[in-house]
Design a protein around this ligand. Structure first.
Ligand code: SF4
Length: 238
């Protein structure tokens, strides 16, 4: 993975400076100027997702939004996806999901997350995301440095191992800035936030966090796993 020279054909070369662009400026340039029709927002419709969804909707409500439905999500997340999509007027939210054949072959009882969470994440997250992104040259994520772990040193602009441009517009945002943005724009919270879920993924692999715990402490708690692998360099599983 390398930091991108971006956008190579533009005089306004973001990569020539550290983090020159506000999140909205970067998004607007990417969506309307640099990758028109070739960029998508990856959204989990999780605890903080409304910020980027709101920004993208304000730039172009028809921007492709890819929602990864692993088949293991909380029902509250599925409901929140409908609420936010309607409230923000997003017109191009599509679902990505696991291959039924792969699930039947490797996870017939739906408990692969207990036996081999990396393979489960591959089946239900990494492979479907790769397939959904095949039609795009660039994509947007909501990752932030304050989430810690491997995200500590995240750049705003990257190239993934498939050569696609990956933008992390909120990389430098804090929880306080997220809270401010929600209040400023009247955005609804994910229903599980009030139950102390601060980072929300699949139901079997997510628990609430206690006061003082890192924001992602509730993800794969009790294991060494910290990322699903979507945004890490990866080779294909058979
Ligand atoms: S987060 Fe858990 S249930 Fe979801 S794909 Fe990964 S291992 Fe499976």
């Amino acid at each position: 993975m390398t930091v991108l020279t971006y956008p190579v054909s533009q005089a306004d070369n973001f990569a020539s400076r550290d983090e020159p662009a506000s999140a909205e400026t970067l998004l607007r340039a990417a969506i309307t100027r640099d990758f028109p029709g070739r960029i998508a927002l990856l959204s989990s419709f999780g605890a903080e997702s409304a910020v980027l969804l709101h920004m993208v909707a304000g730039i172009d409500a028809a921007t492709p939004v890819i929602f990864l439905d692993t088949g293991k999500l909380f029902p509250e997340t599925l409901a929140y996806r409908l609420t936010l999509t309607a409230q923000l007027g997003l017109t191009n939210v599509t679902h990505a999901g696991p291959s039924p054949g792969r699930i039947a072959a490797t996870d017939p009882d739906g408990l692969l997350w207990q036996r081999d969470p990396d393979l489960c994440c591959w089946n239900r997250k990494v492979e479907p995301t790769d397939e959904a992104l095949a039609a795009f040259d660039a994509y947007i994520t909501g990752r932030k440095r304050y989430h810690g772990g491997l995200r500590d040193a995240l750049p705003m602009i990257e190239t993934d191992d498939a050569g696609k441009t990956r933008l992390n517009p909120l990389v430098g945002w804090s929880r306080a800035q997220i809270d401010w943005y929600f209040a400023e724009h009247g955005l609804p919270q994910h229903p599980l936030v009030r139950r102390n879920y601060r980072s929300i993924g699949c139901a079997p692999c997510t628990r609430p966090t206690a006061v003082g715990e890192p924001v992602r402490a509730g993800r794969w708690a009790g294991t060494s796993k910290t990322e699903c692998g979507i945004h890490l360099p990866h080779a294909r599983h058979g």
